[in-house]
Design a protein around this ligand. Structure first.
Ligand SMILES: [Ca+2]
Length: 574
């Protein structure tokens, strides 16, 4: 399905109003689009959102010069599904970035999984290219690492970054370190050519990612419109910062990382102004999920007044800082109470490019331009999923929880706490509690911390339930779930015997902290037949084979002579 170029009335009006919308040939040009996606940064981490240390002057200025969205949400409390939602405009349950093999299980793309973004999904950069955009991703992709999932096969012209999180370091013989790519070429690995010092927290990666962005912007400034997706990960544990920022925050190492982000974004916005393309560049800042309180306080951020953090479907897990900036178009110093979603960045970007979203599939994202340019408020629900389970929904100021769960008692007792210091009786439960017949409902305006459920007998409860139930019913009746890509712990979709992370693989010794979910049934998604034998392009580009149950190392020859593999340069693991 090819997106149809459709210049809407407001867009024509914008072009008339804006000389900056004219290209060198005099033809109208849509604006550049710069999406700044933080990793595990919380709602409460910015000065403008109330962080007491006030260490984000550039982001605070961006807010003062643009629009702040206090009610903006990710589509999942974890990295991969949230990013898939941003780039497809669709909830993870639709685009395949979810699991079916355990109730309400969160999942992402560790280097051992073979799932990824399906070819059938249409990604934002693919569509923007139809309108003449040059597209680049800098940083973390996280939509699968097998060759068919490479970002350059999904609409990006350029990539500098990594398919996965910067976890590690790993033992090269048993498990390779995560690779770093420039376009098709592996240029090194985290902890090797791209060092991260876990002891000091020093890494130069944000500076490298900043330079990539600045170079791209300079290169593209006078050419076609560009789409730059800056998906950096210094605020994801293990957090890191470069030497000039280490030790400079009042908030510890996490704060150092935030300060470096803030400084980098300040440099990017300044460059746009120096190049006189600020008024022809739409910039949006947000984060992929809530702060990881399990890593706090030294390695995790703040979710402000909200309950719990990453991994949960409480507000702290999914409500995000969000800022829009487009001088000359978006009025300065505005606050929009529009309920926003990371999926809206897909639809809004298409609208900026004069494109309409694909019509052959359900799109969850809204076009936020009426909210940004005309101050309009659009009624829309926010859905909170874990895996294939709809945990909660918000409509207006009311949020209904159909299920509550943080994590299992077993994990909790082992020290894995997604809600440190925030036990709310009957709400932050360690058993999966079914409230589908009588949801817990909170008024997020009066009670942003989800501490005081409305009385079931109250008129407010009955009215809110009636409205939300109707929207949820419509959503569920029309829902066509995608093929699940992230069935972590399913032998059919995992590379080799995945001991890390606690899947109960017979014959593997797994670490403390193994989850207590039952071993899932076989099948149910992914690509059957992927194991056993040489895996066609696993992990960081063909460096492992299914062997005797745990990770083992393919030889370089095996790797490169297997048919259909992506040939990548790079040195052999020692
Ligand atoms: Ca994240």
């Amino acid at each position: 399905m090819v997106a149809v170029v459709a210049a809407t009335r407001w867009w024509r009006m914008l072009l008339v109003l804006s000389a900056a919308g004219m290209g060198a040939s005099g033809a109208p040009q849509p604006p550049n689009i710069l999406l700044l996606l933080m990793d595990d940064m919380g709602w409460g981490d910015l000065g403008v959102y109330g962080e007491p240390s006030r260490e984000t002057p550039n982001l605070d200025r961006m807010a003062a010069e643009g629009t702040l969205f206090p009610n903006f949400y990710s589509a999942n409390p974890l990295c991969s599904p949230s990013r898939a939602a941003l780039l497809t405009g669709r909830l993870p349950i639709r685009n395949g970035f979810y699991t079916t093999n355990a109730h309400a299980r969160n999942a992402y793309t560790p280097q051992e999984i073979v799932g990824g973004i399906p070819d059938s999904e249409q990604l934002l950069p693919e569509l923007l290219k139809e309108a003449g955009y040059v597209t680049k991703i800098v940083g973390k992709w996280h939509l699968g690492h097998r060759p068919q999932f490479h970002p350059l096969k999904h609409g990006f012209d350029e990539w500098f970054g990594s398919p996965n999180c910067h976890f590690g370091p790993y033992d090269n013989k048993a498990r390779p370190n995560i690779p770093v790519y420039r376009d098709w070429e592996m240029v090194g690995r985290y902890y090797e050519e791209f060092p991260i010092n876990l002891k000091t927290g020093e890494a130069n990666l944000t500076q490298i990612y900043l330079q990539e962005a600045l170079d791209f912007i300079k290169r593209q400034a006078r050419r076609r419109p560009f789409f730059l997706y800056w998906a950096v990960d210094a605020t994801h544990a293990p957090v890191y910062a470069s030497k000039p920022f280490l030790g400079t925050s009042r908030r510890g190492r996490y704060g150092d990382a935030v300060r470096e982000m803030d400084d980098s974004i300040g440099k990017m916005l300044q460059l746009l102004q120096d190049l006189r393309i600020a008024d022809s560049t739409f910039v949006f800042f947000t984060s992929d999920n809530g702060a990881a309180l399990i890593s706090a306080p030294e390695q995790g951020g703040s979710n402000g007044p909200f309950l719990c953090g990453k991994q949960t479907t409480f507000e702290g897990g999914m409500r995000e800082p969000a800022l829009a900036w487009w001088p000359g178009h978006i009025a300065a110093g505005q606050v929009s109470h529009q309920l926003g979603s990371i999926t809206d960045l897909f639809t809004t970007s298409l609208a900026l490019a004069g494109l309409t979203p694909p019509s052959d599939r359900a799109i969850d994202g809204l076009n936020l331009l009426p909210a940004l340019l005309q101050g309009r408020l659009m009624d829309r629900p926010v859905f909170y999923y874990r895996g294939d389970t709809l945990m909660a929904a918000t409509l207006g100021q009311h949020k209904a929880h159909f299920w509550t769960w943080t994590n299992s008692w077993e994990n909790f007792r082992q020290g894995m706490d997604f809600c440190p210091g925030q036990n709310v009786s009957g709400v932050t439960t360690h058993t999966l509690e079914d409230h589908t017949k009588l949801p817990l409902i909170f008024h997020l305006g009066r009670d942003p911390g989800e501490r005081f459920p409305l009385s079931f007998a109250s008129t407010e409860y009955q009215e809110a339930l009636s409205r939300i139930a109707q929207v949820v019913q419509q959503h569920q009746e029309a829902l066509v779930p995608g093929q699940p890509q992230l069935n972590v712990c399913n032998w059919a979709v995992m590379v080799s015997g995945w001991c890390v992370g606690g899947c109960p693989v017979p014959g593997c010794s797994h670490p403390p902290g193994a989850p207590d979910e039952p071993w899932p049934a076989q099948g149910g998604g992914g690509e059957a037949g992927a194991v056993p034998g040489l895996h066609p392009g696993p992990g960081p580009w063909c460096l492992s084979v299914q062997d005797s149950g745990c990770w083992s190392q393919a030889t370089w020859d095996q790797c490169h002579t297997a048919p259909g593999l992506l040939q990548v340069p790079g040195r052999l693991p020692s």
